[in-house]
Write a protein that binds this ligand. Structure first.
Ligand code: FAD
Length: 467
């Protein structure tokens, strides 16, 4: 059965970027159709990304904290792991959120069309669904088709022991020996989970530090904290991967050019993501897609075809849900006639590992590269009562100030729940706050966010004479 649908706005893809755009468009009174190839809304983030990984990280954190309690006088029995129950719990968390999204779409009268969508012209999209095709005639389109994990030709991705992040989140087994290929956020988060569940973890990273984009001082602390959890192989690259009966044979070459082959029970390939731009027949609508699959947009999220916008992972880095959500709002508002553009000063990044590593704005290294005149103020959590009481005295909060204006340009934190501190720092940067503003803000005691105020106080520009 085939059908035809008219839409003022069609949104292709229901991840954080797509559903945010669709909901905003509907709230602004536009007749909106949301196309999604899978049966649930929410995209990578809700189904196989941010949310399931955090459900599992929560379990891992509780397990590690329980272990640590032994030294404080409370001893729990060795945990037993029931993978089926953990998987069910994770799926329940996903279900609550995806069903919630379905309800919100209904409430707003957003029409959801399930199936794989491709452009057939500048105002038409064909959706191939299980129950037939739908032709959507649209006035405006928003492409929010997201990204997928990178695959490399020399890796046997078809072997069930070679996982991408989606495979790792399926929790089919706890391998005795797991290699995490790629020391970025996704690899380390999943490594954290599997370590707690009982795997022995090696992490191989080409650069000289894990999470290469993060502040060096933080990563030094992180590396020390995880030294008993992960065997980190830095400045090392994987040169061959072979699936054999006794395991996955991985050959790695270190910076001295020395090669060694190790056998793993499973390998998680977490080396980045590629945009889905080349899979949409976008050229039939006249939309330019670059050779990597990204779609270039202006600040109003318009592609080279003015009535077609693009948002989320498909338009570029950082590939983060919260960036996509804001881009989605901009695209919908622009289509509805409002004057809006995407121009955030900063986009926060968080590795929800244990300990968490979080940063927003410029890092010290970036400030140097950009020739900015900055001053760095750090507050070690060893001086924070709350951090000491929470086994997180190793943590640190670091602020980067403009030397001339004293304005905060960046911030970075490491420690338990460090990511929660970024809210204040991000707001401070967006509002142009300076060291004095932060230092004069009374932070509750004892809290971890007090460390933001303390870091500002370390900076001498925070103390001024009152008139
Ligand atoms: P997606 O979420 O990728 O959604 C795109 C949607 O489009 C999908 O549902 C897809 O099925 C659909 N689609 C694609 N093509 C078509 C088509 N032709 N027809 C119909 N439907 C189509 N980000 C964070 O900010 N915080 C985190 O903690 C975090 N954790 C992550 C953990 C993991 C393991 C992974 C993999 C990612 C994580 N991310 C996180 C990244 C985050 O998931 C993405 O940045 C975000 O999902 C991108 O949103 P999006 O809407 O652009 O695309």
């Amino acid at each position: 059965m085939s059908q035809e649908v008219k839409a003022q706005v069609v949104v292709l893809g229901s991840g954080p970027a797509g559903y945010s755009a669709a909901f905003r468009a509907a709230d602004l009174g536009l007749e909106t159709v949301l196309v999604e190839r899978y049966s649930t809304l929410g995209g990578v983030c809700l189904n196989v990304g941010c949310i399931p990984s955090k459900a599992l990280l929560h379990i891992a954190k509780v397990m590690e904290e329980a272990k640590m309690m032994g030294s404080h006088g409370v001893t729990f029995a060795e945990p037993t792991v029931d993978l089926d129950k953990i998987r069910n719990h994770k799926d329940d968390v996903i279900g609550q959120l995806t069903q919630g999204l379905g309800g919100m779409a209904k409430m707003r009268k957003v029409k959801v069309v399930n199936g794989y969508g491709k452009f057939t012209g500048a105002n038409t999209l064909e959706v191939e669904g299980e129950e037939g095709n739908t032709t959507i005639n649209f006035d405006n389109a928003i492409i929010a088709a997201g990204s997928r994990p990178i695959q490399l030709p020399f890796i046997p991705h078809e072997d069930p022991r070679v996982w991408d992040s989606t495979g790792a989140l399926e929790l089919r087994e706890v391998p005795e020996k797991l290699l995490v290929m790629g020391g970025g956020i996704i690899g380390l988060e999943m490594g954290t989970v599997y370590y707690s569940l009982g795997s022995q973890i090696d992490v191989v990273e080409m650069f000289d530090q894990v999470i290469p984009a993060a502040d060096k001082d933080l990563i030094k602390i992180y590396t020390k904290q995880v030294k008993d959890k992960f065997n980190l192989k830095l400045e090392t690259k994987v040169t061959a991967v072979e699936a054999k009966d006794d395991g996955i044979h991985v050959t790695m070459e270190d910076k001295k050019g020395e090669s060694e082959t190790t056998v793993y029970d499973a390998v998680l390939v977490a080396i980045g993501r590629v945009p889905n731009g080349k899979l949409l027949d976008a050229e039939k609508a006249g939309v330019e897609v670059d050779e990597r699959g990204f779609i270039r947009v202006d600040k109003q999220m318009r592609t080279n075809v003015p009535h077609i916008h693009a948002i989320g992972d498909i338009v570029g880095q950082p590939m983060l849900a919260h960036k996509g959500v804001h881009e989605g709002h901009v695209a919908a508002e622009v289509i509805s006639g409002l004057k809006h553009y995407f121009d955030p000063k900063v986009i926060p990044s968080i590795a929800y590992t244990e300990p968490e590593v979080a940063w927003v704005g410029v890092t010290e290294k970036e400030a140097k590269e950009q020739g900015l005149k900055v001053e760095v103020a750090s507050f070690p959590w060893a001086a924070s009562g709350r951090a000491i009481a929470s086994d997180s005295a190793f943590g640190m909060t670091k602020l980067i100030f403009d030397k001339e204006t004293n304005r905060v340009l960046g911030g970075a934190t490491i420690g338990t729940n460090a990511g929660e501190l970024l809210g204040e720092i991000g707001l401070a940067i967006e509002m142009g706050a300076d060291a004095e503003d932060i230092a004069l803000t009374i932070h509750a005691h004892p809290t971890l966010h007090e460390s933001v105020g303390m870091a500002a106080e370390v900076f001498e520009g925070s103390i001024t004479d009152m008139p």
